[in-house]
Design a protein. Sequence first.
Length: 103
Amino acid sequence: MESTREPYREEKETLVPRTSASFVLGILSLAFLFVSPQIVSLILGIAGLSIGARDKKPGSGRMKGEEGWIMSLIGIVLSSLILVFELIILIVLLLEFMEGIHW
């Protein structure tokens, strides 16, 4: 009597190149830099940086982890610079306004 079952074959997992979340968040961080309040870009950049740090580890099987990490870092730096610049402008304008008011 012959067996109708197929012999056991071990299948290797294939790593499918895919876009990681850090890559998408890095792109969104840069895209929202000039469109919306920079705090949105900063939050997206921080999220992309944390996910990208995990994706950069060897053996994670995720592609584009390093690129997403770099874009998120650029988004964080640029949005932070813009936020500081806007804060300086706001302080200068408030000081000029307060100087113009005579109590």
